[in-house]
Design a protein. Structure first.
Length: 374
């Protein structure tokens, strides 16, 4: 039997590249979180230097790069790694203060659009089209940002990108629970409306209020049709992931209702509550839920389940509750406490994952090592 040639994104060198890119993502994520704390007056480490770039560091530099890396692995073609490589280069440019490095981010997203288009050609399905649509919206926002638009002007494209990407991921994972045809069509309509409104809101901020009902309906769709509704009754990792997914969808619903009632200003407590309801409540909850699935696929790093993983998930949501309560009640001290709790939840999740993996790593016998080698 002839040896099977591994895909260009799965060989030893490619794995080394992927793990190197994840290190840049981790550094960018840490910097973005510290910058966010600095915006609230918590001056920790090097965060204050990057106060203005809090949003772009997290959206473009950290999550944009890691999602591009996951898509490159899914495509299985060597050129797909260009997208996360450019994304990481753009993140480094932000970290060193190179203003023209914004165009590296734009280039990364252009390649990511092409990457998702290649996946659509190979597998034309609703979820692949949704990922392509979300990436195109983010690329438009990045282009406006590179040309000088402030983050608050393009934040609707960030929201649309994350919602469309996460819904697509959940739709892909929920293929074991087929969605009724009418529900799939309704999701496509909601996705199209979200993309159009996000782009239009860049020039017409009042349209951000129209995002609210679309986000709320998308959350209702997830709460009704996501596979997590079935898995939450099980034990172990499936139940943990389902808990994170359903909690995130609940936050998206609450934020959608909130945005439908108020117009999103360019700054202030209302802006803080709406954005972090999506980015912490929805996005980070989904990150916690999906990390045990994505990390093994992207970096061959297994996240072993332990009940202790529920602690950072709970801390994440408790911190957000405190933060939004402070936003609505104008309490700067409680807002800082909530933000610190959410940041600590990220650290606790990483530490718990590493400790559980080390503690439960089986000691291989000589026979076992020989078996794996063959």
């Amino acid at each position: 039997m002839e040896p099977v040639t591994p895909p260009p994104t799965s060989g030893p060198r490619a794995l080394l590249v992927r793990r190197g890119l994840l290190l840049i993502v981790a550094a960018t994520l840490a910097t973005g979180v510290l910058a966010g704390l600095a915006r609230l007056g918590v001056l920790v480490g090097w965060g204050p230097r990057y106060l203005v770039d809090h949003g772009p560091l997290l959206v473009f530099g950290a999550f944009g790069t890691v999602i591009a890396l996951e898509r490159a692995v899914a495509l299985g073609r060597g050129w797909g790694l260009v997208a996360p490589a450019l994304g990481a280069a753009g993140a480094v440019a932000m970290l060193v203060g190179f203003a023209d490095g914004r165009w590296l981010t734009v280039a990364a997203l252009v390649v990511l659009v092409a990457l998702n288009a290649a996946i659509v050609r190979r597998q034309p399905a609703t979820f692949t089209w949704l990922m392509l649509l979300g990436t195109a919206v983010l690329a438009y926002g990045a282009l406006r940002w590179a040309r000088g638009a402030p983050p608050f002007q393009i934040v609707a494209t960030w929201i649309a990108y994350f919602v469309l990407t996460i819904v697509a991921e959940r739709l892909e994972l929920s293929r074991l629970a087929p969605t009724p045809r009418w529900a799939a069509r309704a999701l496509v309509v909601l996705a199209a409306a979200l993309a159009v409104l996000a782009i239009a809101a860049c020039d017409h901020p009042t349209l951000s209020r129209a995002l609210g009902p679309v986000l709320a309906l998308t959350a209702v769709w997830q709460l009704r049709f996501d596979l997590a509704r079935r898995l939450v009754r099980r034990a172990g990792l499936p139940a943990f992931a389902a808990t994170g997914v359903l909690a995130g969808a609940a936050w998206l619903l609450a934020t959608g209702v909130f945005l439908a009632a108020v117009e999103l200003p360019p700054a202030g407590p209302t802006y803080d509550a709406a954005l972090h309801g999506v980015f912490i409540g929805y996005v980070l909850s989904m990150v916690f839920a999906h990390a045990p699935i994505i990390l093994p696929a992207v970096a061959r790093l297994e996240v072993r389940f332990t009940r202790a993983l529920y602690a950072p998930l709970a801390l994440l949501h408790l911190g957000l509750i405190a933060r939004i309560a402070a936003d609505l009640g104008a309490s700067s001290g409680l807002r800082r406490s909530g933000a610190i709790a959410s940041a600590l939840a990220l650290v606790l999740f990483a530490v718990t994952a590493v400790v559980s993996r080390s503690a439960r790593r089986p000691r291989a016998s000589p026979a076992g090592r020989e078996s794996r080698a063959t």
